[in-house]
Write a protein that binds this ligand. Structure first.
Ligand SMILES: *Cc1c(COP(=O)(O)O)cnc(C)c1O
Length: 390
């Protein structure tokens, strides 16, 4: 039983908001508790054995995450606060005012705004009415001027899984100089990702969406690219030698990890990766595919319900609206019935605009989602329709 490993999940609340954040299994909570209770210390700062042990565990986590995404070695993994900070790091260190960046209409604000702040000139890959990216537009959008292409693995708003194994080689052919960043916030938690097979230059994801704690995530970057990047934030541990005349910087990943890192969170992240490995990513994927197919069938039986987007390949996310009832009104009724869904623009306003909706309801699933939660949702949606039809 997967669900029973998650102490915050009950048999009454239908938690259908895992795309916003996932619940935590007990082993993750305990790994963090144990650290604070029995062997708390900083990393890389003490000559004493306790700190050396913590440093070892911290670095083991880095190596484990490198292996998890099939990276060349652990030095490709930079610990950050999460996907948002990872993308900001790349934007800040790679983009000069006026540089061209290619995004898609399916991006989360975290993969739009950092590029704007860095002063990039932004181009956008459109999508069709199903919510599939129009890859045939790539020749018109890429050129020798394209500095970065930053794309989501899976759209958090409508669930599209992008065919990256098709898109990335096309980008390499049309704009070999462009660096490719993949926002895997919704990808890494749901399927096996190999940065080696994808051949992306950067990849980012957050621990809290893959059963780990908040406040930590990673940026993967190819060694040879990270090594050419200037530091971002300055402080402790990111230097080689400091004097008031000038400072030389440490090699990556230390160069990008200024200050005391979130140690307990990294250890919790590590426990979350163990949990996913032990549960089996292929089992998680198979379960989520099944629950998503069931939900799609059941939701479409609800009168007046429209699913937004019909992508060729869908992650465990379904966006929908219910007649003309405002999604926030529906969400209030669902909440009365102990159902947690997201209502809003899902930090993807350009996607909402593309589909000409101000907001949607979104149900999203994870390893612990059970069919009764879907049944409960559908029943409550019928109740919401009855209340608002007048
Ligand atoms: C959640 C999410 C982000 C941002 O992640 P944070 O953990 O908030 O930094 C970026 N992109 C996608 C696709 C997301 O779902």
């Amino acid at each position: 039983m997967i669900r029973s490993q998650f102490p915050a999940l009950s048999q009454t609340l239908a938690f259908l908001d895992s795309a916003a954040t996932t619940q935590k299994p007990l082993c993750v909570i305990e790994a963090m508790n144990e650290f604070y209770k029995t062997h708390y210390s900083s990393v890389k700062r003490g000559a004493y054995s306790l700190s050396a042990k913590t440093t070892q565990k911290f670095e083991d986590a880095r190596a484990k995450i490198a292996k998890f995404i099939d990276a060349q070695n652990e030095n490709t993994i930079v610990f950050t606060r999460g996907t948002t900070e990872s993308i900001n790091l790349v934007a800040h260190t790679n983009i000069a005012h006026g540089d061209e960046v290619l995004l898609s209409v399916l991006e989360h604000h975290a993969n739009i705004v950092p590029w704007q702040i860095a002063g990039a000139k932004i181009k956008v890959i459109p999508c069709d009415d199903n919510g599939d990216l129009q890859i045939s537009e790539l020749p018109n959008l890429l050129s020798a001027k394209t500095k970065i292409v930053a794309l989501t693995h899976t759209a958090n708003s409508i669930g599209t899984i992008n065919p990256l194994q098709e898109i990335i080689p096309a980008i390499r052919k049309l704009a070999p100089q462009a660096k490719i960043l993949i926002d895997a916030a919704q990808g890494a938690p749901h399927s096996k990702i190999s940065v080696k097979e994808l051949d992306c230059d950067f990849l980012a994801f957050s621990a809290h969406k893959i059963y780990g704690p908040t406040g930590v995530g990673i940026l993967y970057g190819k060694n040879e690219i990270l090594e050419t990047m200037p530091p971002w934030q300055g402080g402790g541990e990111m230097i080689d030698k400091v004097s008031f005349e000038g400072t030389s910087f440490a090699l990556p990943p230390a160069r990008f990890e200024a200050g005391t890192p979130p140690i307990a969170e990294v250890l919790g992240f590590s426990a979350a990766i163990d949990w996913v490995n032990e549960t089996g990513m292929s089992n998680i994927l198979a379960h989520e595919r099944q629950i998503t197919a069931y939900a799609l069938d059941e939701l479409q039986k609800v009168e007046g319900l429209q699913v937004v987007g019909k992508p060729r390949d869908r992650g465990s996310i379904i966006s929908f609206s219910l007649g003309k009832i405002h999604p926030h009104d529906v969400a209030l009724i669902l909440d009365e019935d102990s159902i947690a869904v997201r209502a809003g623009h899902h930090c993807a306003q350009p996607t909402m605009e593309r589909f000409k909706v101000p907001a949607t309801l979104r149900a999203s699933f994870a390893a612990y989602t059970e069919p009764w939660e879907i049944d409960k949702l559908c029943k409550s949606l019928v109740r919401a329709s009855d209340i608002f039809v007048y």
